[in-house]
Design a protein around this ligand. Sequence first.
Ligand code: HEM
Length: 354
Amino acid sequence: MTFLGLAFILICLVAGLSRSKNVCEKIEQWKNRTVSRLPHLPSDPVTSSSPAKETQEEEKHLQYALPTLQSKTSSRTSMGLKRLEKSNWLTIDTHYTSEHQVRNYLLRTSHPNVIQCLPGSEAACHEVLSIAVDFFITRFPNHFTMEGETITNHIANESFLVGPDCPNPLEIAARLAMEDFNVLMKNAETGKYHLQASATLFPAGWKLQERIGTTMANLHGPVPSWKEKMGGAVNRYFDHLSAKTAMERTNLFIQSNPDLFSDAPEIPAGHEKRTMPQELQVRRERQTFTRLEKTGAVLFTVRTYMQPLDDLEDEEAVALIHQVRGWEEEIKVYKGWDVWGQAFEKWCEKRFRR
Ligand code: HEM
């Protein structure tokens, strides 16, 4: 072999090694980016299990990734809908086991706070479970399998009856998924969409028992300008939503603690313990909207992601600062600026000196 040939092989080897190092670093970064924190669970020992090894490689490629934070130009809230990639309707990722334990704990200890199904919503709840089960067994066949009318979740080692005889279909859907499920039905008298059933394990500052059965306007009571700017458009959007035009949107909150179950707005200024910059979290929801083909109800799913501000990559941290500082005054107040605003500014100062 000539000297040139030997040099060429050496260069290829070095390039290959550094590329695989880059890939490893990227995977590490990605893992850190989607960290969710668990609420503090007083004295609830749980056993932990992890997804089957042979599927971890496959998952890496299949996993849905929450879009990175962008600096938004608009300071107003908007519908911000985009078409849903159906193969990513429901998600499974590395936080499944830990969040599953939290979900089980909440279902055991706070059932009426997290599950509400009003009479008349039964058929829609069965339809939700049926499409969720179909999705899981086809999209994640290594994790979920069916035998007769029983689904087995191999990640958590649990089995559930899921056919027409299942007594609590929405709860079972919520036990299988990482998403929360909300069923909205058009009320014949009011002509408006009402929240008729919900499995909301990770609420962002609201109480399910206070809002079940109410209209979209009532659900969004505290949201600034909902009535004037968004309410009408959302009702029209729901009227035109079809099974083929499923959509998704995301939202963002700053939270002064890592609790996924957060059923009250943050404590008003003056009464709270001092929020420390290092405690701040960014809470994001990925929401999807689907029309149920059989019952015609609207299905609204919510996946919650929680991440400490300190864990954000520089680019995302800058985008977040742009977004938050760009919020209109009334949106800042609604999102709890009075509670975490000072700590947020301190955090910005510490991280970027700005
Ligand atoms: C296209 C449809 C929808 C749009 C555009 C929308 C928009 C919003 C916005 C802008 C907020 C304020 C927080 C934020 O910045 O995201 C919000 C909060 C909320 N949304 Fe929606 N939403 C929609 C559908 C729904 C549905 C179907 C439900 C049913 C459960 C729902 C329940 C809530 C609740 C409970 C809050 C918290 C209100 C509070 O702070 O008390 N939303 N929504």
